[in-house]
Ligand binder design. Structure first.
Ligand code: TNX
Length: 534
């Protein structure tokens, strides 16, 4: 029965693929307006790209992106000659929006910015994948719904090389995402070079061994040292530049005061007890957190963030703040002295004095970063001790934290577990998936998500955007990572870009085209959606 079902699903997929070939051109995420016209534009290796100097970058990226299908010359300066592909800025368009007009003589793309032109070229790339060298004439108008379209990557639990991170960025950009949230520090490792504290990468970028199996059931370790793995500052700069050329901004995350056991291993004075702890070999929530009382913790954080700001031009810096057990703080004379000095009192429920001390730490770091022209983002856990004035809240424990933040006039990035945790299983049977943390987030669920549920019109204005998270406890290599990302990222990208104009009637056909793109680029993807398995 199982085999029959799968064979039928496969046949269906092939059939739809063939139909798509002859049928209307398809683009994912769904554009605002698409009008098919008579005729075709012939793309050959003689086709010239005309671009003013400020659009040279998107033009060069396009030449690379279609290289597997057609060899195009490097872009020419803008000229009056109308043949070929012509790129222009049009400030009347939305910043990331574009208009594309394809006639038999020319393909004209106007963008609100270089990013808008780049997204127009991503759509054109999809048409090239679908039709090869004869592109059907059409007009497209398009612009994104959300300005923040993110994906997160945990490089701590398992490390991914500079080349792999670049491939990850390629995949995001092809889906018109514009933010990479780079999770660089945690209990199991410290992965960013900080010149002022060389101990961090010397000692905290490796762990003795790694857990085998699931953290809830296993106490068996593999006995294999992991690391040293980290990025030098030079490598970080290289990745930032690479991402910027694809209109992806990188938001670095430095976890504080929790998920910091690796840092405590290298610098024991960061903890309350100052006793050395190991770089964690288990997954989960560790009680070993930075001391919130001692002034040295704040000096450390400011020093680290000063170097982080010099590396990352991003306005937003992610300061973590999730899952911070307070058992050390409750016993710590420094934390308790600070609580008394600040006059913090237990206000019942979540508003313990210790949770308020965490809010004090967040607010201090917020002021420090604000003074340097930056803004903070943190996980919704940081709401427990009270919300700080300018923080953007990343809502992962459902959307309640995000809704609460919006009601207080704070900005929000929605990334609720039940739709956005791509480390969760993709099928109900879990057959063939390998080990994952748990949960169930099939493609269809991501695609049907209403990110505005529970928000009124006023609160909606505070939602900057949406993000998927890839926590890498159970992601041992880049191939596996891609299979968790694809094809679910395609579903998310349509929710991010085309929230209110999603087109479920054509999603299967469009996904067949995306699959061709994945194969052409040699990106691995999970087969379940294409096999009809949820
Ligand atoms: C919770 S989501 C965490 C991470 C884990 C993840 C696993 C969040 C802010 N914290 O430390 O890796 O669950 O899904």
């Amino acid at each position: 029965m199982q085999i029959l079902r799968r064979t039928l699903a496969l046949l269906f997929a092939v059939l739809i693929g063939c139909m798509a070939e002859a049928a209307t051109p398809v683009i994912l995420p769904q554009p605002t307006l698409f009008t098919l016209r008579e005729g075709t534009f012939r793309l050959t290796n003689q086709t010239q790209i005309h671009a003013p100097s400020e659009l040279r970058n998107p033009a060069e990226r396009f030449v690379e992106d279609v290289a597997a299908i057609v060899t195009l010359e490097a872009p020419h300066k803008a000229s009056k000659q109308a043949e070929g592909i012509r790129l222009q800025l049009n400030k009347a368009l939305p910043t990331e929006g574009y208009h594309m007009q394809i006639t038999p003589r020319e393909i004209r793309i106007e963008g609100g910015s270089a990013a808008g032109v780049y997204y127009g070229l991503q759509s054109l790339r999809q048409l090239v994948v679908q039709y090869g060298d004869s592109i059907p004439c059409c007009t497209i108008e398009d612009a994104p719904n959300f300005s923040y379209r993110g994906a997160h990557l945990d490089v701590v639990r398992h490390f991914f090389t500079v080349e792999e991170v670049k491939r990850y960025i390629d995949i995001l950009a092809a889906h018109k995402l514009n933010r990479l949230h780079w999770h660089l520090t945690d209990d199991q490792g410290w992965r960013i070079e900080i010149k002022h504290y060389p101990e961090l990468t010397e000692q905290a970028s490796k762990r003795k061994e790694t857990l085998i199996g699931h953290c809830l059931h296993s106490t068996t370790y593999d006995g294999v040292p992991y690391g040293p793995y980290y990025y030098t500052q030079e490598e970080i700069r290289e990745v930032v530049v690479y991402a910027a050329a694809r209109y992806v901004k990188i938001i670095p995350e430095i976890e504080m005061p929790s998920h910091a056991q690796a840092a405590l291993h290298a610098l024991p004075w960061l903890g309350c007890t100052e006793q050395q702890v190991e770089v964690w070999t288990h997954w989960g929530v560790s009680p070993e957190v930075m001391c919130g009382g001692k002034e040295t913790t704040y000096e450390f954080l400011e020093q680290v963030l000063t170097e982080v700001m010099a590396l990352f031009p991003s306005e937003y810096i992610h300061i973590g703040g999730d899952e911070c057990p307070k058992e050390r703080w409750e016993q710590c004379p420094h934390c308790q002295a600070r609580i008394r000095e600040l006059g913090l009192q237990d206000e019942g429920q979540n508003r313990t004095a210790e949770n308020q001390l965490q809010s004090y730490l967040t607010a201090r770091i917020e002021r420090f970063l604000n003074a340097h022209g930056r803004r903070i983002i943190g996980w919704d856990d940081m709401l427990a001790g009270g919300i700080t004035p300018t923080a953007t809240v990343m809502s992962w424990q459902g959307t309640q934290g995000g809704i609460y933040a919006a009601q207080h006039g704070n900005h929000v990035v929605m990334t609720p577990m039940e739709y956005c945790y791509f480390d969760f299983y993709q099928t109900e049977s879990r057959e063939g998936e390998g080990l994952a943390i748990g949960g169930w987030v099939p493609f269809e669920k991501v695609y049907a998500w209403d990110p505005y549920a529970g928000l009124n019109d006023h609160e909606r204005d505070y939602i900057l955007g949406l993000q998927c998270n890839l926590w890498s406890e159970y992601i041992p290599n880049f191939n596996h990572l891609q299979r968790l990302l694809l094809p679910r990222l395609a579903a998310l990208s349509e929710v991010q870009w085309a929230t209110d104009r999603r087109d479920p009637t054509t999603i299967r056909i469009r996904m067949e085209q995306m699959r061709r793109l994945y194969e052409l680029c040699d990106w691995s993807y999970a087969p379940y959606y294409f096999e009809g398995r949820k």
